[in-house]
Write a protein that binds this ligand. Sequence first.
Ligand SMILES: [Zn+2]
Length: 337
Amino acid sequence: MDFVTLETDDFEYGVADEVLPGVTRVVAHNPSKFTYRGTGTYIVGDGADVAVIDPGPNLDSHRDALAMVLDGRTVRSILVTHCHADHSPLAAWLRSESEAPAYAYGPHGSSTDDWDIGSLPDDFGRPDPADSTREDGDGAEPPVEPKVEEATDTAFTPDVEVRSGDTVFADGTIAVTGVHTPGHTSNHMCFAMTSPTAGRVLFTGDHVMGWSTTVVSPPDGDMGDYMNSLRMVAGRRDDVAVPTHGSPIDRPGHFVGQLVDHRLDRERQVRDAVRRGRNTIPAMVTDLYRDVAVTLHRPAGASVLGHLVKLVADGEVVVDAQGAGAQPRLDSIYRAV
Ligand SMILES: [Zn+2]
């Protein structure tokens, strides 16, 4: 499928851009393979009172840019989609500056359901050092350490725990409510805005991205929940979806339906790979992601684990030789049922 990208979308880091009537975006300078060009912080409101969605990472440049853009406006609500390190950390600063409450589903998911997901072999998904010597010659940069997971801001705790349908901001014309969308993280929340000028807008955080598929990484990420949350969003009648990373998506129902199909295809591929005897995650990733850069193979391994957790829960795959009820891990052996 084709993803919408920011390639055609002019923006400058740290500068307020009006992306929709009553919605401005400031992009933080934290580009990466998880964040694309960077985190988009949204400021919502037609008048002096505003809500800020995902204040963003602890970067001085981003904090200063937000301070400038918010000068002369009153922050009434701080809305946090989830507490990955590129979304929530500046909420602490904004809370002390504005005294506005921070709204979110909750802190990062409790660890009661967590299990040890094991690890991939050290050399898996690392670029071959011989290749980088050939390409980069002398003085080459050290190879980048691929990360499997996004860092978590465990310090974040909301002032107000939001449930679906709760109003989190209203200014007389615009109203914003919470929409719980577990999957990317168990506490992930989208925010739905209704406005006479912009229509029905869903701020999707990392649940629906404009440029890539979302990482769903166990144990806190849950593929079954994620697909249910995608179907729920696909069934809404939003005029536009506004992701944290990437451009707004018009008529998102169709786009999100394609995301569901894409995940179902991947699930089928993982199940078929297990049936063909690809019984470890590295073997499945090497097979299914052969067209994807090797530096993305570790995050791909986390995604495949996400699918395997769902396939094991659905009774289609079992974890072999670890006893009944064993939780799927990155280093488990799998068998088709
Ligand atoms: Zn995230």
